[in-house]
Design a binder for this molecule. Structure first.
Ligand SMILES: [Zn+2]
Length: 148
């Protein structure tokens, strides 16, 4: 189970080795993704709160990266955070997400990125439910729910 201290250590001293790496030129991403997916995954945009596909969805399955298909979150770890975006307590694996300090927009936040393709997912906060205390606040546009 990952905790906030693990996230801080990853961001500061190095992220876990990804299972594989996918690096495409931005033009290829633009071709592969919808305009909204491209803006979020490659441009670090944030979709509007509540008006996004998975905010209120609690269907079973597994959430994958909309860029490269890497499994990121089990639907069972999704919870109602009242934030306006899909929120999860833990990733499916320690090495599927990478972390980076994000000082943009006059805030100090922890960015969550796909560790395989480098796509922007959202942010992680230390105010999630026990026992881990993590809240992965993720853009729906970065995710694809697949029934398992
Ligand atoms: Zn990815």
């Amino acid at each position: 189970m990952l905790r906030w201290i693990d996230v801080l250590l990853f961001a500061r001293y190095g992220n876990p080795e990804p299972p594989q790496q996918i690096r495409y030129p931005e033009a290829r991403w633009q071709h592969l993704l919808t305009a909204e997916q491209f803006a979020v995954l490659r441009g670090k945009a944030t979709e509007p709160p509540y008006r996004n596909a998975y905010c209120r969805s609690y269907a079973p399955g597994r959430y994958h990266c909309a860029g490269c298909g890497t499994a990121l979150f089990e639907a069972a770890t999704k919870y109602h955070a009242i934030s306006g975006w899909p929120s999860f307590t833990q990733p499916v694996a320690k090495n599927c997400i990478r972390y980076a300090f994000d000082d943009s927009h006059h805030m100090q936040r922890m960015e969550a990125l796909c560790n395989v393709c480098g796509g922007h997912l959202g942010h992680v906060f230390p105010d999630g439910p026990a026992p881990a205390g993590l809240r992965y606040c993720i853009n729906s546009a970065s995710l694809e729910l697949r029934a398992e």
